[in-house]
Design a protein around this ligand. Structure first.
Ligand code: UD1
Length: 369
């Protein structure tokens, strides 16, 4: 059985790692890995292959950056002949990036069964490119693997048949649990001259936060205030670096005595850094889930989340992007005792195994392409 797995951007890599491993262990499954090249900097891609022991991609499409239409179309144009040649039994996509959407469209139009890992998450905010990618990918998928129970409600509401939905847990947490000890042994706090549980980690990359200069300036003000209370380590995403530089805000941040700006970190380095933090401020989706397991309070700098289980059963708080609200929430967290890790249902390190079990079942092997 040939399963063609698609990755394109950084957050796809920690999701595909345990799946590739589980597929390679399973007799009768031949996994093929395709990297679209949506992310191409070594620190956004290669480093993660290395840290997570992902085999080198069988096919690299070298698509790179562009507008949404350009990027999506380019991935589609490259994938169509490749899928025609490879004749996969299943195409598997993860997450919600443009490469996920592009691969889903090509597979569906070629009549190839499509599996979506991390299906059914909804922010109900169509101004987020990822929300459009999620809705379309799910509509086209034959196997929808979900990370939290509420996701199935979202899918049913959109008319997805119950028989296509599989609640399996969270493959990103498979990866976290597997690498946590190694990450914590790296001594990341010392590397930035901060003490465990006495610093904050910040990540920002959503277009809504970083592309609008006023929004970005407001967030820089928040960091300027927060660093007076505790040091901040801020690994800067390339999109954010470009925006900070273009708006002149980079030099302002860099001049703050308690802010350490760094390049994007590798998987193990970042996990080691977050695991020992007192607080995380982020607009990432995945980090809301990682902090939940690690027991680190997370302030999500967005107006909505597609991952509500991280609030109900985790350490996440949705605080929006208004500077005063973020400052208040940070002050509240710092006045509370440190939290413990929480474990949402089925976030137990075995999600990839469950997915492979479903895909390897005889019913799937007989699905006509
Ligand atoms: C993409 C995903 C987003 C995900 C994020 C994680 C979409 C729509 N967005 O956003 O869901 O959370 O990845 O990182 O798919 N760039 C580089 N080097 C790289 C990659 C990008 O310098 O290796 C710069 C380029 O200037 C590029 C910009 O970052 O134009 C944005 O990259 P892009 O892949 O379009 O979106 P992300 O913001 O990374």
């Amino acid at each position: 059985m040939r399963i063609v797995n698609i990755v394109g951007a950084r957050p796809n890599l920690m999701k595909i790692a345990p799946l590739m491993e589980a597929m390679r262990r399973r007799p009768g499954i031949g996994p093929v890995l395709v990297h679209t090249g949506q992310h191409y900097d070594a620190r956004m891609s290669e480093l993660f292959f290395h840290d997570l022991g992902i085999p080198a991609p069988d096919h690299y499409l070298g698509v790179g950056s562009g507008t949404h239409a350009q990027q999506t179309a380019q991935v589609m144009t490259e994938l169509e002949p490749l899928f025609t040649e490879l004749r996969p039994d299943v195409v598997l996509v993860v997450g919600d990036v443009n490469s996920t959407l592009a691969a889903a469209l090509v597979a569906a139009k070629l009549g190839i069964p499509l599996a979506h890992v991390e299906a059914g998450l909804r922010s109900f905010d169509r101004t987020m490119p990822e929300e459009i990618n999620r809705v379309v990918t799910d509509a086209l998928s034959d196997f929808l693997f979900t990370t939290e129970r509420g996701a199935a409600d979202n899918l049913r509401r959109e008319g997805i048949a119950e028989s296509k939905i599989f609640f399996v847990g969270n493959v990103m947490i498979d990866t976290l649990l597997r690498h946590r000890d190694r990450a914590e042994s790296l001594g990341m706090p010392e590397r930035y001259a901060v003490r465990p549980r006495e610093y904050a980690v910040v990540t920002l990359h959503r277009p809504s936060n970083v592309d609008a200069p006023e929004a970005l300036a407001g967030l820089v003000d928040v960091l300027a205030g927060l660093q007076e209370r505790l040091p901040i380590v801020f690994p800067v995403h390339p999109r954010t670096r470009n925006r900070l530089t273009a708006t002149g805000l980079w030099s302002r941040l860099d001049a703050l005595p308690n802010v350490r700006l760094t390049e994007p970190l590798g998987y193990l380095e970042f996990l080691g850094l977050v695991a020992a933090a007192r607080l995380v401020l982020t607009d990432s989706g995945g980090i809301q889930e990682e902090t939940t397991i690690l027991g680190v309070p997370c302030l999500t700098l967005r107006e909505n989340t597609e991952r509500p289980v991280t609030i109900a059963d985790g350490t996440n708080r949705l605080v929006g992007t208004a500077p005063e609200r973020i400052q208040e929430a940070a002050a509240r967290v710092l006045s509370e005792p440190p939290t413990n890790g929480r474990r949402p249902e089925l976030w137990d390190g075995r999600a990839a195994e469950r997915i492979v079990e479903v895909l390897a079942s005889p019913v799937v092997a007989e699905t006509p392409a």
